[in-house]
Design a protein around this ligand. Structure first.
Ligand code: GLN
Ligand code: ZN
Length: 765
């Protein structure tokens, strides 16, 4: 019988129980015992789901109080000195929380550890802090306790741990300026491996047969020293007792197969959803007796699988490997919503096309029945339903819109280049008459509890349309008057009508759907509920024009129209898998193009299209960057290229790691770009050493993530530093990002100081 198994299950709970328990504990409203009890209950529930679905083992170690990498970092005792951890004491849960959040119910606050995105997902892990001479020891017992816990519940426990090379790769430290692949980090390996060996021996003593060791860095382009380190590492780990399943995901490993094939591991897991083409090479590289686990159910998306297609895909491997073939989701189900059966309000047809974590395990069970040819009556019924769902989706009239296809086919002809920037900016300046160092904000103003209540009541139907519209208009007027009063140059309407910058547009566009409980962990207790893009995207009616036109009617100063860009909408959604992502992105771009032109028609002279997710769409391997950047830039231009020369297009991005994509950002050809820079102290300026950015640019002069009011002289200094690298007449003065999470008092003081900074700069010029 073919073995099925799972790499990890989402830990937050179908009702986000973990989030609630964590937040209650942090707020001092619940004690540690009740937090621990919630964790135990969630683990027991999730193990039972997986065991009932027929998984051969249950993963242990996928549960985490904040993040699975942080769990491992604390198990290794790698706690930065500022957290006051004693060398011989166990790491307490509150220390773990302090590392993640800077504070916890007990202990002195300290600067939190950095957090960053987990490969190309929207999950964020806590970055391990490394330093030369760092020592390791087993400093937390939770993994061993959870193994015992699973065993006591009658499960076969299979621990999952981050591989040593991946853990080091993810770590940072002042001594490792070479970044992720800095070879100097490998000096830490001997000490690290000694602890890995102890961990594996202890797990063996607990009766553990297999350990899943995750090395997702094997899908990346690895420097030579890292590739060469693999053999020594795995020779040591494989000798400790438990069999090792070396797990890779988020891409293919063909380019590293020459070293992977020599590793003495007992099994290998590869992602056939992201990289189906690697199967033949991996199969050929497999040694006698080695297990191959094929990740065939998509762990990163929400669509029901085509089981017959997968059956076909794995047929040759099944014939060759027999019981040495295992089937699994492509990666941990951490990135998938939990249970579709809760979505009772979702349109029935659409629901039939979907599969969340619980359902994916069931798909895996059916797939095994197909492969083994031993489906019983119930399986046969379920298989028939699954096939029908796949056929229905492919044939559904709701997916394909002829108007969208026709437009897309004709879109080459409308993608005309705008006039050169010099001509445009002259025309814009003639129309807008802005001073030097023009001031603006990024779009949102404080989202007070009153504003949130307005939207909530309106959605619930307790506030009528007219009353809602009146209240939002009043808020827009307040925000416009405020900006006039403090003397900003390019105003915004403040975005009070937006719950979220993607959801707002998704709800108004054809082709999108929303779940009620489709939460996915983003970091710690934070979860997001991405929209589903299931069909062709089209704009049914103007989405922002009425609000923007109203705001513009209140003032003689320009008010920016405010849209979310095509790449960001794509990146923060679950995207249909029946056509290339770039095609879906082009459809969104065309819908936004209509909105841009309608805004222009309504008298809006400045339009901003936010692309904060532009960079995170970059593929994991450099060789794939150019193709992505090509279509991503093209989509932005498709949205914006229809406007008059004297309509000013802005874009906004919230990161400063610009250097490696600056040419593509320039190719987007926005008239003005505003970006985050203040937290990194204008680190971005480095990008301009080799490349002269041609258009206007507003490097953020203060950090909106902090309630501190920035000092005027500090902002003046930042802009002066920018002016040494960029022509002063190209510079704007603005905050790093939107102000929605800030309160009014600090917003007022901060923007006043910012406007004053611009005046100081003008006077000195
Ligand atoms: N216009 C949005 C705002 O101001 C931009 C948000 C973002 O960059 N993430 O909130
Ligand atoms: Zn931003």
């Amino acid at each position: 019988m073919t073995i099925i198994h799972n790499l990890g299950f989402p830990r937050i709970g179908a009702a986000r129980e973990l989030k609630r328990a964590q937040e209650a504990y942090w707020a001092g409203k619940a004690d540690a015992d009740s937090l621990l009890a919630t964790g135990r209950a969630l683990r027991a529930r999730h193990w039972a789901i997986q065991a009932e679905a027929g998984a051969q083992w249950v993963p242990v170690g996928d549960f985490a109080w904040y993040d699975q990498i942080l769990e491992w970092t604390t198990l290794l005792g790698a706690v930065p000195a500022r957290f006051g951890q004693a060398d011989d004491a166990p790491v307490e849960l509150d220390t773990l929380f302090r590392m993640a959040r800077g504070r916890a119910p007990s202990g002195t606050p300290a600067a939190a550890c950095e957090m960053t995105k987990w490969f190309d997902t929207n999950y964020h892990y806590i970055v391990p802090e490394l330093h030369p001479g760092q020592t390791y020891r087993i400093a937390r017992e939770s993994l061993f306790e959870q193994v015992a816990e699973a065993q006591a519940l009658g499960h076969r426990a299979r621990p999952v741990i981050p591989g040593p090379l991946t853990w080091l790769w993810l770590g940072k430290g002042d001594a490792y300026a070479g970044g992720a692949g800095d070879a100097a980090k490998l000096d830490l390996l001997p000490g690290l491996l000694a602890v890995y060996e102890q961990v594996l021996r202890r797990l063996a003593a607990q009766g553990v047969e297999w350990v899943q060791v995750d090395e997702p860095i094997l899908v990346l382009d690895l420097p030579r020293a890292w590739r060469e380190a693999l053999a020594g590492v795995y020779a040591r780990l494989a000798a400790q007792g438990p069999k090792l399943l070396l797990a890779t995901y988020f891409g293919g490993i063909e380019h590293n197969l020459d070293v992977v094939r020599s590793l003495p591991v007992h099994g290998l897991h590869v992602d056939l959803v992201r990289a189906p083409d690697q199967q033949a090479a991996v199969l050929a590289a497999l040694r006698d007796g080695q297990v191959l686990s094929l990740g065939v159910i998509d762990g990163r998306n929400v669509w029901r699988a085509d089981l017959d297609r997968i059956h076909e895909q794995v047929r040759a491997a099944a014939a060759r490997l027999g019981s040495r073939l295992w089937l699994a989701p492509s990666c941990s189900l951490l990135h998938s919503p939990i249970d579709l059966s809760l979505e009772t309000a979702l349109d029935k047809e659409l629901r039939g096309w979907l599969s969340f974590a619980v359902q994916k395990l069931d798909e895996l069970r059916l797939l095994r029945a197909l492969v083994d040819g031993d489906a019983d009556d119930l399986d046969r019924q379920a298989l028939a339903a699954a096939r029908q769902a796949v056929r229905d989706r492919a044939a559904s009239a709701r997916i394909h819109r002829r108007d969208v296809a026709a437009r897309l086919a004709a879109s080459d002809s409308i993608r005309r280049a705008r006039a050169p920037f010099a001509r445009r900016i002259a025309a814009q300046q003639a129309r807008l008459g802005l001073p030097r160092y023009p001031t603006t904000t990024i779009g949102s103003f404080p989202q007070t509890p009153e504003i949130r209540a307005l939207r909530r009541d309106w959605r619930a139907g307790t506030l009528g349309d007219a009353a809602y519209e009146k209240a939002i208009r009043e808020e827009i007027e307040r925000v416009v008057r405020f900006q006039e009063e403090i003397g900003l140059d390019v105003l915004v309407h403040g975005e009070p009508e937006r719950n979220d910058m993607v959801e707002y547009f998704g709800e108004l566009l054809a082709g999108f759907a929303f779940t009620a409980y489709g939460w996915v962990q983003s970091y710690g207790s934070r979860c997001v509920k991405p929209p589903l893009i299931y069909g062709d995207v089209a704009r049914l009616a103007p989405m922002t024009v009425a609000w923007s036109a109203y705001a513009q009617s209140l003032t003689d100063k320009p008010v920016k129209g405010m849209l979310t860009g095509p790449v960001t909408i794509l990146q923060w959604s679950f995207v249909r898998d029946d056509q290339p992502r770039e095609q879906t992105c082009r459809q969104i771009a065309l819908a936004l193009r209509d909105e841009v032109l309608d805004l222009e028609q309504a008298g809006v002279t400045v339009i901003q299209i936010d692309e904060p997710a532009f960079r995170e769409g970059l593929p994991l391997r450099r060789g794939d960057w150019a193709a992505y950047l090509d279509w991503a830039v093209d989509c932005f231009r498709l949205s914006t290229s229809g406007v008059r020369d004297d309509t000013q297009i802005h874009t906004h991005m919230c990161y400063s790691e610009f250097n490696d994509i600056i040419e593509s950002i320039a190719a987007m050809d926005a008239d003005v770009i505003t970006i985050e820079t203040s937290r990194s102290n204008m680190e971005l300026l480095g990008a301009f050493e080799a490349f002269a950015y041609p258009n206007d640019i507003g490097p953020g002069v203060y950090d909106i993530h902090s309630p501190n009011v920035p000092r005027e002289d500090w902002m003046v200094d930042l802009v002066r530093r920018a002016a040494r690298r960029l022509p002063a007449e190209r510079l704007w003065v603005n905050p790093d990002c939107g102000l929605k999470t800030r309160g009014w008092p600090e917003t007022r003081s901060a923007l006043q100081a910012m406007v004053q900074a611009a005046r100081t700069l003008r006077e000195a010029a």
